[in-house]
Design a protein around this ligand. Sequence first.
Ligand SMILES: NC(=O)C1=CN([C@@H]2O[C@H](COP(=O)(O)OP(=O)(O)OC[C@H]3O[C@@H](n4cnc5c(N)ncnc54)[C@H](OP(=O)(O)O)[C@@H]3O)[C@@H](O)[C@H]2O)C=CC1
Ligand SMILES: O=C(O)C1=N[C@H](C(=O)O)C[C@H](O)C1
Length: 250
Amino acid sequence: MTKIGILGISGRMGRLLAEEVSTAGATLAGGTARRGEQWPADPRALARVSDVLIDFTTAEAAEPHLQAALEARKPLILGTSGLNGAQEAALAEAGRDIPIVYAANFSPGVNLLLAVAERLAAGLPPESYDAEIVETHHRQKIDAPSGTAIALGRAVAAGRGTTLEEAGIESGRDGHTGPRKTGAIGFAALRAGQVVGEHTLLFASGSEHIALTHRSFERRVYATGAVRAALWAVRQPPGLYGMKHVLGMG
Ligand SMILES: NC(=O)C1=CN([C@@H]2O[C@H](COP(=O)(O)OP(=O)(O)OC[C@H]3O[C@@H](n4cnc5c(N)ncnc54)[C@H](OP(=O)(O)O)[C@@H]3O)[C@@H](O)[C@H]2O)C=CC1
Ligand SMILES: O=C(O)C1=N[C@H](C(=O)O)C[C@H](O)C1
C-alpha cells in the first residue's frame, strides 16, 4: 500500500486528506503541522517514511517542504496557493529530479473549466471581449487572488496566445483608475463567511456576456483529487505535472 505523508495535517485540508488516504486504500505515513503539538514539525523525517508527500500549507512552508521531498527523492503533490515566481521556478527545477503535481485546484470541475476558459478565450478577441475573474472564499483565506483565479487568468491568456504578465492584470480597482486597459485580465476577490470556493469568469463585449461559474460546496472534492494525484505520481518519471495530466486531459 502506498504510504502518503501529509504536510499541514492539522489544517482544514489536511484533516480531510488524512480521511481520504484510507478511503483510497492507501496508508497514512504521518503528518506535520507548524505548531507541532499533536504532529511533529519535521518535514524531512516525514519524507523519509513516506512514498509520496501532499502539501496544503502556506507559500512560506512550501519551500522547505520541496527541499525535504527533493532530499528524500519522493514525489510531491502541491496544493498550496500564493507561491511567487521564484517559488514556481524552483518547482520547475525540482521537476527534473522528482515527480511534482502542482495544481491551484484539484477538483475535476475546475480543471475542465480551465480547458473551456482557454478555448473560449481563443475565440473571443480581447479588443471586443473583456475578461474578468471574480472569486469568493472564506474569511480565513490568506492569499488573493486565489490560485484558481490566477490559473483561470493564465488559461485566458494562453487562449489569447500570450501570458498573464504580458496581457496585463487589473486587480483590486479602487479610486480614480482610468478606463479599462484593452486586453487586460481583471481580478476581484471577496472574503466572506465560510464560502468553500466560488469562481466566475466573465467575458463581456458591448453586446453580449458569457459567464462561467464554478462553486465548490465541500472541500473534500479537493482532498479526493489530491490523493488521486498522489497515487498517480508514484508511477510517474520526474516532471512538473498539473491535475490535467492526472485526469488524462494533458
Ligand atoms: N489546490 C487546491 O485544490 C486547494 C488549495 N488550498 C490551499 O491549501 C493551503 C492550505 O489551506 P487550508 O487547509 O485551508 O489552511 P489551514 O490554515 O487550515 O491549514 C494550514 C496547515 O499548514 C500548517 N502550516 C502553516 N504554516 C506552516 C509552516 N510555516 N510550516 C509548516 N506547516 C505550516 C498548519 O499548521 P498549524 O495548524 O500548526 O498552524 C496547518 O496544518 C492554502 O494555500 C489554500 O489556498 C486549499 C484548498 C484546495
Ligand atoms: O484556500 C482555499 O480554501 C482554496 N484555495 C485554492 C485557491 O486558492 O484557489 C482552491 C480553492 O479555491 C480553495
